[in-house]
Design a protein around this ligand. Structure first.
Ligand SMILES: *Cc1c(COP(=O)(O)O)cnc(C)c1O
Length: 396
């Protein structure tokens, strides 16, 4: 073995074992090396009892999966390359041609788009239900319904639904499907901290780890957690067949942030409530949507089921304020940046046309802006909102 390339690749040195550090090590792999042919033949890639190929798991991905399962109070976790990929994975694992999926009308927009696009093309029907009316969900359930999505609170408009009542509607439905109807919750807002998805009745809890678990606005990742062995097996096999790998380095970033998730959640919650309450007192604003506010839809349910709230609120302006003025308000903000996503360190805002994305109506005529509160000082953020309101709408 005189060739330098061969020597460098097959070097005899191995570092001493027993190294311990605060953060778990980062493993990256496509190839996983087997000790002999018998071991290579014996490995079953469907089970997480060992390693077969980087795509199917490394010590780093397994470690993050276990910690996310713990965060959510579940037993099994599967990681996906984005929150949306995790949402799509659930649909692909559970649904087949002829089935139907029900989504809340205020569901995360790209979840609706996947139902309207790929699922429709694959012969899988969808309907939108009113998340604030468990009776409406009960009426929409049919013999072909196989999957019901839940989201608490709804995307952008933040209505907080009665999850146990919605799940009760599903459990009360006599499904002809041998495995019944699966209740999947998009739990990105709760993050496993505001409430326990499984004790409120969900079979599956999906999170965009992109949001709180990362917290840095620099990672895209998603998770699918369940307590149900059979459901986990469905999801796990679909995940492998689809080739959804995640990078060990991205897992490292999430593992590094995970230790501070509860502190960040609480700090951003407190700042968000302060600013939402202040915004509610501004003369240009008709309504602020945040489940901790008394007149926000589902407030009482939020109070019953939750111990906290995420860093989002939406302001609905009075109907006589023009979209041009509202756009000018967003453009005038200096600390708040314009952009999507949330739960990162920098505060964000974005205007939305809600009437255009709801199939079951929207009661407000005024324009809406959604805010994500970051980690800046509350007084600075409030001053920024005040100066932008002043420049867009003039003195109140
Ligand atoms: C951001 C988000 C997702 C998707 O996460 P990505 O990682 O951006 O794909 C899904 N659901 C909700 C509620 C979200 O806010």
């Amino acid at each position: 073995m005189s060739d330098i390339s061969t020597q460098l690749l097959h070097h005899p040195y191995t570092p001493p074992s027993g190294f311990q550090a605060v953060q778990p090590g980062v493993h990256r792999a496509s190839t996983v090396i087997f000790p002999n042919v018998a071991a290579l033949r014996a490995r079953d890639w469907r089970h997480k009892t060992g390693y077969t190929y980087g795509l199917h798991g490394t010590p780093t991905t397994f470690t993050l999966e276990q910690r996310i399962a713990t965060l959510e109070g579940g037993r099994h976790c599967t990681l996906a390359p984005s929150g949306l990929a995790a949402v799509v994975l659930v649909g692909m694992a559970v649904l087949k041609t002829g089935d139907e999926v029900l989504l809340p009308d205020n569901a995360y927009g790209p979840n609706k788009a996947f139902a309207q696009g790929e699922l429709a093309a694959w012969g899988i029907a969808h309907r939108f239900y009113d998340p604030m009316d468990p009776g409406d969900l009960a009426r929409q359930l049919g013999p072909r319904t196989r999957l019901v999505w839940l989201e608490a609170p709804g995307s952008i408009t933040l209505e907080f639904p009665d999850l146990p009542a919605l799940v009760a509607s599903v459990r009360g439905h006599a499904s002809p499907h041998p495995q019944g109807v699966v209740c999947a919750l998009d739990n990105t807002w709760g993050a496993g901290l505001a409430f326990n998805a499984f004790s409120l009745g969900a079979d599956i809890s999906v999170q965009a780890l992109t949001k709180y678990p990362s917290g840095g606005a620099d990672v895209l990742m998603g998770s699918v957690v369940t307590n149900d062995d059979a459901l986990h097996q469905l999801i796990h096999l679909c995940h492998m067949r689809c080739g959804h790998g995640v990078s060990g380095n991205d897992c490292e970033l999430v593992l590094r942030s995970l230790g501070s998730i509860a502190l960040r959640y609480a700090a951003q919650d407190a700042a968000t409530r302060t600013l939402a309450t202040w915004m509610q007192g501004q003369p240009q604003v008709a309504l602020v949507l945040h489940p901790a506010l008394l007149d926000s839809p589902g407030h009482a349910t939020w109070q019953r089921d939750c111990s906290g709230a995420a860093c989002l609120f939406s302001a609905v302006f009075h109907a006589d304020r023009t979209q041009e003025q509202i756009d000018c308000f967003c453009d005038s903000l200096r600390l708040f940046k314009l952009g999507y996503s949330w739960a990162g360190p920098v505060s964000l805002c974005a205007p939305y046309d809600i009437a255009a994305v709801r199939s079951r109506g929207w009661p407000h005529a005024g324009g809406l802006v959604r805010f994500s509160i970051g980690l800046e000082a509350v007084a600075d953020l409030q001053a920024d909102l005040a100066q932008a309101l002043g420049s867009a709408f003039g003195a109140p």
